[in-house]
Write a protein that binds this ligand. Structure first.
Ligand SMILES: Nc1nc2c(ncn2[C@@H]2O[C@H](COP(=O)(O)OP(=O)(O)OP(=O)(O)O)[C@@H](O)[C@H]2O)c(=O)[nH]1
Ligand SMILES: [Mg+2]
Length: 395
């Protein structure tokens, strides 16, 4: 044996002795350096070996085992379903509390206990503690209570009060509903051109309008806000009908004047033929019943609608006549959006006294567990405008 070989054997002997010494005196060292542990690094774990087995010519895909402590995975598993940036909006007086509770109870039971959208309540005076307490007791989510800025509600100073009084007196004489009421006119003007400017609504894009004493008759098994958003809709309705001519004698003339001034705002494929039987010459008084609305706040905030509202407001017709927010909204939506951006929510069984929309298709009625009577649905009542809406759908 030469000297080099002797040195090698000596060093090997020292290393082996040290290894055994450490293996007995240091448990962790012994575990790490055991042959079984070293061998395991060259093998698949039992679970992953199943996933990566090569059997004949088959190659299976490796699916990494999920670690429940991995935050990305647990976040995905527990993520909320997608939601729209949306809220309910309820304009109400303190004295409307009982009817408001009934409406909220319905929408919670039929829809919102699952979908959890918030509520915004608006009033021209502070909501009472009793109102807030009773509402907060029944909502499944948050409710905010706002006061309407003075100038968004009350009759502006530039309205000629003598002319306005004469208009109201004539309507009282003619027995026009709410003909003598100034507060009803404030409400119609506010809903037409101001509600979407309220500070509590600024953070939202979509709203669903609710009134006291309405009813939802079917389970709403889908999210109408997401439906609107995903299908590029702007305005959704459940009931369409004729307006009382006596409340809007000069409205259409002003609408035509506005269109002449701003033809650029007209949508290309608009719904003029739903509202007019003669290409826009006269108004057939069809409108969407606005006590129910699901719509895009950004549409009202947009340039076309805002210019249109300001033009109408300057004519004074909200006070000299009794223009309703229903025809004002409907004409705006029909002219400044394309007809396929307006949606009829057939599945939503809805009642505002004295009319009810109830789904007439049996499978829709059953799927929604509707309590309403389809035979009494307003859709094809003589006073309904559904036929005018339908005639433009397949053009
Ligand atoms: N804060 C406030 N809300 C009002 C006032 N007048 C009406 N409202 C609300 O405005 C909405 C429309 O008023 P309604 O009285 O229901 O009008 P309408 O639907 O044309 O008529 P009804 O057949 O009586 O329901 C409801 O949400 C009312 O609560 C008011 O003076 N102040
Ligand atoms: Mg009402």
């Amino acid at each position: 044996m030469n000297t080099g070989a002797r040195y090698f054997l000596l060093v090997l002997g020292v290393v082996i002795s040290l290894h055994y010494l450490l293996s007995f005196t240091h448990e962790e060292y012994g575990r790490i350096t055991s042959m079984s542990n070293i061998a395991s690094h060259f093998q698949q774990s039992p679970t992953s070996s199943d996933d990566t087995a090569f059997s004949g010519d088959e190659i299976s895909i490796v699916v990494p085992a999920m670690d429940p402590n991995d935050t990305d995975i647990t976040e995905l598993l527990h993520a909320d379903p997608p939601k729209a940036n949306a809220t309910f909006v309820i304009l109400a007086r303190n004295s409307d509390i009982d009817g408001t509770v009934k409406s909220i109870r319905d929408i919670e039971d039929r829809f919102n206990h699952k979908y959890q959208y918030p509520y915004v309540f608006l009033n021209e005076v502070e909501f009472s503690e009793d109102f807030k307490r009773r509402i907060s007791n029944i909502v499944s989510t948050t409710a905010e209570f706002g006061v309407i800025p003075h100038d968004h509600w009350f009759q502006p100073d530039w309205i000629d009060e003598t002319k306005a009084t004469a208009g109201r007196e004539k309507m009282v004489k003619d027995n026009i509903i709410y003909g003598g009421s100034v507060s009803y006119r404030n409400m119609c003007r506010f809903n037409s051109g101001f509600f979407y400017r309220h500070e509590l609504l600024q953070k939202y894009r979509w709203y669903w309008r609710i009134e006291p004493d309405i009813h939802f008759h079917c389970n709403i098994n889908f999210d109408p806000f997401l439906y609107m958003e995903n299908n590029n809709k702007t305005y959704g309705f459940t009931i369409t009908m004729y307006e009382f001519e006596a409340t809007i004698p000069t409205l259409w003339g002003h609408v035509k004047d506005f269109i002449k001034l701003h033809p650029e705002y007209l949508a290309k494929d608009n719904s003029m033929d739903y509202m007019s039987d003669n290409n826009g010459e006269t108004y057939n008084r069809c409108h969407f019943w606005s006590n129910f609305e699901i719509a895009d706040l950004n549409f009202w905030r947009g340039e076309a609608y805002q210019a249109y509202f300001n033009y109408l407001d300057a004519q004074g017709g909200f006070y000299y006549e009794r223009w309703g927010d229903a025809p004002v909204h409907s004409i705006g939506a029909a002219l400044f959006t394309s007809k396929d951006q307006i949606h009829f929510f057939d599945e939503i069984g809805y009642e505002h006294n004295p009319y009810t929309h109830c789904p007439r298709k049996q499978e829709t009625w059953e799927a929604g567990q509707c309590g309403c009577n389809p035979a009494k649905s307003f859709d094809y009542d003589g006073y309904s405008c559904m036929k005018q809406w339908e005639r433009i759908q397949h053009k």
